[in-house]
Write a protein that binds this ligand. Structure first.
Ligand code: FAD
Length: 270
């Protein structure tokens, strides 16, 4: 199988990159093909701006063209095949990969800005959003359907805080909740089946023994990349949501909050 690992850390010798390499080595040992996007090493441009869509305007400066409307410009450039080379190359890698791994340190309870900028630019209209039929009866192909359906995705995260601080009653809030916007909004939205994350806590104080333990656990996760059960997010078009409010059907689920968008575990067979 093909795996793309996108990493976001400014230091080549960082813990994040050491773990990325552990993952890649295990995947290759298991016969998979691995490609990388190392955002800092590649000098990734993270801000969306008019330069992203200049080719649409025949090379004229965007200020000489009508006001920039990003979704429209993004969709037109995607349809015309005129997105910038760096963005088209990343979209091709996403289409090539059967699984995507995003490797990053938790910075301010989210991903580093350079990785957010990769998503902002690579996830163009027509590729990751604005996909499928939008009509009186359907709100497109998203949340479990879309361009990247049939593929898997997983986060590889290092965090300075303690695991307990991210537990159900921890001061930082539950890690599952903090990662929900990435898991559900960024990965499940364009179709990925999202695996439980691999998180290394207390990462700033990781000694060699703790690194070895984390590396072993990560190797196990990599061996199960294509067999681990994904998080059971409810599919938009799977019957759990009312149209057009796109709210959970109260006859199906009464809970609220992030967890309500995850199906209950299937009852155990006798
Ligand atoms: P590094 O700094 O590269 O290494 C960490 C430790 O791992 C070092 O002691 C290193 O010696 C050791 N190590 C052991 N083995 C190896 C090996 N083989 N290779 C490399 N290193 C090894 N934390 C939170 O919990 N929540 C936050 O919201 C948060 N926000 C932050 C915001 C910013 C801007 C910054 C800079 C940090 C923040 N942190 C936060 C902390 C951050 O999550 C950690 O600093 C980060 O996860 C550590 O990972 P790293 O890859 O940068 O580690």
């Amino acid at each position: 199988m093909n795996i793309l690992i996108v990493s976001a850390h400014p230091e080549p010798a960082s813990l994040t990159h050491a773990l990325r390499d552990v993952a890649a080595t295990q995947l290759r040992a298991d016969g998979h093909h691995v490609r990388h996007t190392d955002l800092y090493a590649e000098g990734w441009k993270s801000a969306v701006d008019g330069a992203d869509f200049q080719a649409l305007h025949g090379g004229t400066h965007p200020r000489e063209t009508p006001r920039l409307h990003v979704p429209a410009a993004s969709g037109a450039a995607f349809a015309a095949g005129t997105l910038t080379d760096d963005v088209r190359a990343e979209q091709a890698k996403l289409l090539w990969a059967d699984a995507l791994i995003l490797a990053f340190p938790l910075w301010w309870f989210s991903m580093p800005a350079i990785l957010k900028g990769w998503i902002d630019r690579v996830y163009s209209f027509g590729f990751a959003y604005g996909v499928g039929e939008h009509s009186d009866t359907r709100w497109g192909d998203r949340y479990g359907e879309g361009t990247l359906a049939g593929k898997r995705a997983m986060l590889l995260v290092t965090a300075g805080g303690w695991e307990a601080h991210y537990g159900p009653r921890g001061i930082n809030g539950p890690m599952d909740d903090l990662l929900f916007p990435i898991h559900h909004g960024v990965l499940f939205y364009p179709g990925y089946a999202v695996l439980p994350p691999f998180v290394v806590y207390r990462a700033d104080r990781l000694d060699d023994a703790a690194f070895d333990a984390a590396a072993d656990a990560l190797r196990t996760r990599m061996r199960g990349l294509f067999t681990t059960a994904p998080i059971a997010f409810r599919r938009q078009n799977g019957g759990d949501y009312l149209f057009p409010s796109m709210t959970l059907d109260p006859g199906i689920v009464s809970a609220t909050g992030f967890a309500a968008h995850v199906r209950d575990p299937e009852p155990e067979a006798d």
